[in-house]
Ligand binder design. Structure first.
Ligand code: FES
Length: 354
């Protein structure tokens, strides 16, 4: 089971004025546990002013290198992001959960694929990891990136992207779309929306010949990407979305919005090979009730987004309200987000040792 480990901050750098890149030292005995796949994220935990504060941040580095780095963009009123930007320094210790997440596709050196990504702002963090790893691992594949920002000074990884473009000449195409700074071509002014995606699909890539799409950024952009590509005939299995925050719009319109009824069940959770059983007479999530019964289970967002609370249903059934994190094949394997699950049967057994 993934659990928190105390890691030391190795170095701090500033990709932009509003963000901080935090690199961690990984002790030799934890190297294996902290191996990651491009596009995955880390959950960080810190006691800030007496409050257990947890957030999930994407790794921006390439798994082929020995470098575990996340970027934290300072958000207005963001407790963790403000603390990270203003207080973190090399040598500080912080609780970190090993990498997790399924925002990636399998790579193969024999692949000859075309990948297209639409990102905005700090949505670049998982995508730059995916992009670099793909280009280094698949010598015959190409990557096209549409990257939206307010202005040049807020572009995270501008230099790194230019360097990658030069290194992978002809295999990485990079298009910046700026909202508050005029560029020569109108096509690159404004925000990434359905109209732009259609034009890009006409001019820069063929939706039918693109093997995988990635999108990460604000929810309206991701909705536009998902819906426009669908309208252009792209199979939704090829479109991979990574949401950073709890959705406020329509990404979850297919999800249920239910008034929870009180349910009664007996829940067993397995964690690190140990199990505890407790009665459930509640409307709350299994995760919350488990905590009330003394089980220290992993979680971060409690919004169905980060997948930190994932467990496998080994007995019985649960009702999962919101899922922005698990892929269809993970659901088929019986995985659920416990922060969104309530029991449907008299007995439920969940294993966190997945
Ligand atoms: S805690 Fe983030 S999905 Fe459950």
């Amino acid at each position: 089971m993934a659990k928190f480990h105390t890691l030391t901050i190795k170095s701090i750098s500033r990709p932009t004025e509003e963000s901080v890149a935090i690199s961690f030292d990984i002790p030799t005995d934890l190297k294996n546990e902290f191996r990651f796949i491009q596009g995955q994220h880390l959950t960080l935990k810190k006691d800030i002013d007496g409050e257990d504060t947890r957030r999930t941040y994407s790794l921006c580095t390439c798994p082929l290198d020995d470098d575990l780095t996340v970027v934290v963009k300072k958000l207005k009123g963001g407790r963790f992001s403000t603390y990270a930007n203003e207080e973190f320094k090399p040598g500080d210790e912080i609780e970190v959960m090993p990498p997790h997440g399924s925002f990636y596709t399998e790579l193969d050196p024999e692949n000859e694929k075309t990948y297209v990504a639409f990102v905005a702002g700090s949505g670049i963090t998982p995508v730059i990891s995916i992009l670099e790893t793909t280009l280094r691992s698949e010598p015959k594949s190409e990557f096209i990136l549409f990257y939206g920002n307010r202005k040049t000074s807020t572009i995270i990884f501008q230099e790194r992207l230019e360097a990658l473009k030069n290194k992978f000449l002809g295999r990485l195409s990079l298009y910046h779309i700026l909202d508050e700074e005029r560029q020569e071509s109108d096509l690159f002014n404004g925000m990434i929306d359905d109209e732009k995606i259609r034009v890009f699909a006409n001019v820069f890539f063929d939706p039918q010949k693109t093997d995988e799409f990635f999108t990460c950024g604000p929810e309206p952009m991701m909705l536009a990407v998902r819906d426009t590509l669908k309208n252009l005939g792209v199979n939704e299995k090829k479109v991979h979305l990574e949401l950073f925050t709890s959705p406020v719009g329509k990404l979850g319109t297919t999800q249920k919005e239910v008034e929870h009824q009180e349910a009664h069940s007996e829940i067993t959770v397995v964690l690190d090979g140990n199990s505890i059983t407790f009665p459930y007479d509640s409307k709350e999530s299994i995760l919350d009730v488990a905590f009330q019964n003394g089980a220290d289970l992993p979680y971060a967002c409690k919004g169905g987004v980060c997948s930190t609370c994932v467990a496998k249903v080994e007995e019985g059934e649960v009702d999962m309200e919101i899922n922005y994190a698990l892929e269809p094949d993970e659901l088929e394997r019986g995985l659920v987000l416990t922060c969104q699950s309530r029991p449907k049967t008299d007995k439920v057994k969940l294993s966190f040792d997945v």
